[in-house]
Design a protein around this ligand. Structure first.
Ligand SMILES: Cc1ncc(COP(=O)(O)O)c(C=O)c1O
Length: 380
């Protein structure tokens, strides 16, 4: 059975060009990029090219890219220089859980953390911006788009509203590769990217660090990444990352509208076939590939299992801890009732999604939701 994959925000399948890049490298290369012999220097050149490809996609200089093991590490790395007593850090209540982790670690280090609240429609109330300015942060970390709802945040406006000495980080894991992202237009000092969300290998990512911004490595002892991340580079991961960025850069102006056309087709199809569906953050600017839907009277886990049996993949925002299903912290923080939050589902499209996939997904979901609701009515 060909599976219908609508979970690109979790991870995106390897792009064919990336698969080829990896196969070509594995077929004929070895060598440590730090070695000074020819074999090592050949690999170094490939790593340098990949760094240029990643930097180009976000309008950065290659020297400002630090390769990491992924988005989580890059996010923590951006925070690390500010996790100190007396520092004032601000973030939102709906960031990825790793930023929540970083904020808790910062508090343990006696930094002061201010959390920006988000309204039920996904927006930020102007009074929250006033509170942020009054807090007078040294460092703000705000995601560019939320990984569950797809709601986008005006990082540029926030950065402009703050004093020039405040450093700004954005977790752009869910926007890079889907829309044009430029570090200078956004006015950020740090930006996080994850390779596997772009159709490259998992376990790979990067932190953009604007020249001159505070930076503290987690570990030292090697000169790799200009001393910012010691350890022999994950060469295969880096080459896969660079290739994905190169492929995406050639068509980035078109990708956003292609994704939103598919997303709109999906949402229109479901809205036509089903009553009682609520599309989260639909009145806000949203990243074009993401559709976050609450189906009235439906338990998201039951729908996920039923759809899985029919070959359709998507995510619920909920997490399973010790056998109990917890509703998503994002949906709860936006003010939804916990029972309603349990019905939230994220569909996310990507480079491999076709109109046919969308139509089939709409047909499967419409049938399953109708039948689950019908069974519930009969047993009520
Ligand atoms: C917004 C956001 N930040 C960070 C991450 C973590 O990235 P990685 O899986 O590369 O560590 C994710 C992954 O889901 C994400 O969606």
């Amino acid at each position: 059975m060909k599976r219908l994959y609508l979970d690109h925000n979790a991870t995106s399948p390897l792009r064919p060009e990336v698969r080829q890049e990896i196969a070509d490298f594995l077929a004929g290369n070895c060598g440590n990029p730090s070695s000074i012999h020819t074999t090592g220097r050949n690999v170094r050149r490939k790593v340098d090219t990949a760094r240029e490809q990643v930097a180009k996609l976000i309008g950065a200089k290659p020297s400002e890219i630090v390769f990491t093991s992924g988005g989580v590490e890059a996010n923590h790395l951006a925070w690390h220089a500010f996790e100190k007593a007396g520092k004032k850090i601000a973030t939102t209540v709906i960031e990825h859980s790793c930023i929540r982790g970083a904020s808790e670690m910062s508090e343990q280090c006696q930094a002061q953390v201010h959390r920006i609240c988000i309204k039920k429609d996904g927006s930020i109330c102007p009074s929250e911006i006033e509170k942020l300015i009054a807090f007078d942060p040294d460092f703000v970390s705000m995601h560019h788009a939320n990984n569950e709802t797809g709601a986008m945040y005006d990082v540029k406006a926030i950065s402009q509203a703050l004093k020039p000495e405040c450093y700004v980080h954005t977790d752009a894991v869910q926007t890079v590769g889907k829309i044009p992202v430029n570090v200078n237009d956004l006015g950020v000092d740090y930006l996080t990217i994850s390779a596997h969300k772009l159709g490259a290998l998992q376990g790979m990512g990067a932190l953009y660090v604007r020249k001159g911004s505070p930076f503290e490595p987690f570990w030292t002892g090697g000169s790799q990444e200009r001393g910012r991340r010691s350890g022999t580079e994950n060469v295969i991961g880096i080459l896969s990352f660079g290739k994905a960025c190169e492929v995406i850069a050639a068509k980035i102006e078109r990708i956003g509208s292609q994704y939103s056309a598919l997303r709109d087709r999906f949402e229109k199809g479901l809205s036509k076939n089903l009553d009682g569906i609520y599309i989260t953050a639909s009145t806000q600017p949203r990243i074009g590939n993401t559709s976050h839907i609450i189906f009235e009277g439906i338990d998201a886990e039951s729908l996920l299992i039923a759809a899985d049996l029919e070959g359709l993949d998507f995510s619920t925002g909920s997490a399973c801890h010790s056998g109990a299903i917890d509703p998503s912290h994002v949906v709860l923080a936006m003010g939804f009732d916990p029972e309603i939050a349990k019905g939230a589902i994220r569909f996310s499209l990507g480079w491999s999604t076709t109109e046919e996939d969308i139509d089939q997904a709409v047909a499967i979901l419409s049938r399953l939701v109708t039948s689950i609701r019908e069974k519930k009515r009969q047993t009520a």
